[in-house]
Design a protein around this ligand. Structure first.
Ligand code: FCB
Length: 473
């Protein structure tokens, strides 16, 4: 093949591939006290001193609640085929139980109609971390009842929107909600009770299963899946200690969730690592509920962990995302050594091939179901010019490399049906506040002005072409 032919080669994606971008309710909506919305654990947490950088909160965020029409128009201009967003539970049920708040539901109905009107497929996530505070006060995710309440809420939303939304996901990243929320305390509700975090993980999974059953009982035809954040994990060396560290992190981060959802069991080695915290975790029947067949699995992918089991090993900034402060991944077992790869503005190592590895691993080790990359993207220290435009070749390269990895994984047999860039807009990045910008679209926070970044224009062109150009990976 000549160089010219290689250059011109089109890396096409399968027919019907979903080209999207993703957001979540608390990170973009603002309007936290409007139209009957109740309080969420993030409203509370963000007000605790020292928990969010600069004491920021998402009371206003990027004001999407009021600007959704313009935001949908922007999506249409970028040519997005699909948009993944989350529904705020406390907007729909202010206290997490009982009658629905019609005004809250109506917002999502309007948003969905707007999307459909622009030919954009709405993908609804039911839980992206904004638990109603009243449910946290009653015990939060470590309490079994929260899973039952979640199923009721999911059914209420599905009942209202199921006639116009086909693609649904239940819980976003149960690992984060459980371990960052209840073990390390880096996320709301900020509890540091590692053993309760394990229960929280189980109940988030149970909530997924119960919600899916409730939604299926309402109507056929919805495509429903769970959503997990998976990492590629490598041992620093082939030493027994490093291999064991990799097993341990892969177990807690990936297999605990994949095995439960796709095999109906928790991995024995992870249960052994967890010890007493995992005793009596599942009641009879729970694992069957959790592993009921899904229509798809949503995978969020950002980075690879390179880990070491040597005591006192180097700890890199890349440790932050999984440093749960829990006894099972504490420094006596594992250190996050890093591999020296370039990092994003979060300090997360960039490894697109890890995405290919993760997709092929799920496709090969588990029963075959359609896979979706439901989040992938990067924060960088953007600099806007006078017109608000950001040249962000690093972000464009990050997304392009990961899309190439998706293309390669498809070629090698992964049943990948969609890709969602995180995120459509700059937004409130949880404990990091507004300092970390993941958007394809720049938001100038004081004016709320939106300006698509160079990466957005590149992504729009890629979508228009239906794929990438240049040599295959
Ligand atoms: C994921 C979250 C998402 C965003 C990205 C950067 O873990 O689901 O809300 O914070 O990370």
């Amino acid at each position: 093949m000549t160089t010219q032919q290689t250059q011109d080669q089109q890396l096409r994606f399968p027919e019907g591939f979903a080209w999207g971008a993703a957001t979540s309710a608390y990170q973009i909506e603002g309007a936290v006290s409007e139209d009957g919305r109740g309080r969420s654990i993030w409203d509370t947490f963000a007000r605790l001193p020292g928990r969010v950088v600069n004491g920021e909160n998402a009371d206003v965020a990027v004001d999407h609640y009021h600007r959704y029409r313009d935001d949908v128009r922007l999506m249409a201009r970028l040519g997005l085929g699909a948009y993944r967003f989350s529904v705020s539970w406390p907007r729909v049920q202010p206290d997490g139980v009982g009658a629905v708040n019609q005004r809250g539901l109506d917002f999502y109905r309007r948003l969905v109609d707007e999307l459909l009107g622009q030919g954009i497929d709405p993908w609804v996530t039911l839980y992206h971390w904004d638990l109603p505070q009243a449910l946290e006060d009653a015990g939060g995710w470590p309490a079994r009842d929260t899973a039952l309440r979640f199923a009721d809420y999911a059914a209420a939303v599905h009942d209202a929107l199921g006639d116009r939304v086909r693609n649904w996901s239940t819980v976003n990243e149960p690992w984060c909600a459980a371990f960052l929320g209840y073990a390390s305390g880096e996320h709301a509700p900020g509890r540091r009770e590692p053993a309760r975090a394990v229960l929280a993980a189980h109940h988030l999974l149970l909530g997924h299963g119960l919600a899916m059953a409730a939604m299926r009982a309402q109507r056929a035809g919805s495509r429903i899946g769970g959503c997990v954040n998976l990492y590629a994990v490598s041992p620093l060396t082939r030493s027994a200690a490093d291999l064991d560290a990799a097993r341990r992190i892969d177990g807690l981060q990936n297999r605990l969730f994949l095995d439960a959802l796709l095999r109906g069991e928790y991995p024995a080695d992870v249960l052994a690592d967890l010890g007493e915290a995992a005793e009596g975790l599942a009641e009879t029947g729970d694992m069957g509920v959790i592993s009921a067949p899904m229509d798809m699995l949503l995978i969020n992918y950002y980075s690879r962990f390179t880990v070491s089991g040597a005591p006192g090993g180097a700890v890199s900034a890349a440790a932050a995302p999984t440093d749960t402060g829990s006894p099972w991944v504490g420094s006596e077992h594992v250190s996050f050594a890093g591999s020296g790869r370039p990092v994003t503005g979060m300090g997360w190592e960039i490894d697109h091939d890890g995405l290919r590895e993760v997709l092929l691993r799920v496709a090969g080790d588990y029963p075959r179901i359609p896979l979706v990359v439901s989040e992938n993207g990067a924060a960088f220290d953007d600099v806007a010019d006078a017109g608000g435009f950001v040249r962000d070749p690093e972000r464009r390269d990050y997304i392009e490399a990961h899309l190439r990895a998706c293309h390669a994984a498809i070629g090698q047999g992964a049943p990948l049906v969609g890709y969602f860039a995180w995120s459509l807009l700059d937004n409130f990045e949880w404990a990091w506040g507004y300092g970390k910008r993941f958007g394809l679209v720049r938001v100038d926070y004081p004016t709320q002005r939106r300006v698509p970044k160079e990466s957005a224009l590149w992504y729009a062109e890629t979508i228009r072409r239906g794929g990438l150009t240049g040599p295959a990976q």
